[in-house]
Design a protein around this ligand. Sequence first.
Ligand SMILES: [Zn+2]
Length: 179
Amino acid sequence: MAVRPTVQIGEPVIRAKAEPVINPVAPEVLAVVGNLVDSMRADNLVGMAAPQIGEGVRVFVSEIRTTVYREKLSDEEDSLKVFINPEILDRSQEIVLGYEGCGSVARAGLFARVPRPSEVTVKAWDEKGEEFTLHAEGLLARVIQHEVDHLDGKVFLDRLENMESVIGRDAYIALNKKS
Ligand SMILES: [Zn+2]
């Protein structure tokens, strides 16, 4: 598989609604999954959605781990997961603030605290074509919501109530340094 350059905000594919996948185990879908995994890792992201590599299909991947942006883990690590045609079935009442950045906003270098439900239940297919339902909290719940937003043409900046918490890349890295 291949590393693809991360598409930046301003490109139409980032603002388009992605199309559902018909056959989750079709070779072209598995190719998108493979390229997403490689591109996510190469770009130091903990989640990445297909539109970010220029593919307008409802697929994203997550892998919660330390990166150059986040030395310290605020939640437990979470192994690689593939979500095809994800659907958020349930969201918690509780809303929490947490910092987010985005590979598609990375060249602008912005991070901000985004309000989101603290827990979600999501249903999707995996790369073997099997349907699963997952209850997530912490950073994984945040990543899932961020990536599903990408499939609907939204980025984290759209979720801000104001611009007060917006910080630059260096300030964000400093915030997440191991002490
Ligand atoms: Zn993003």
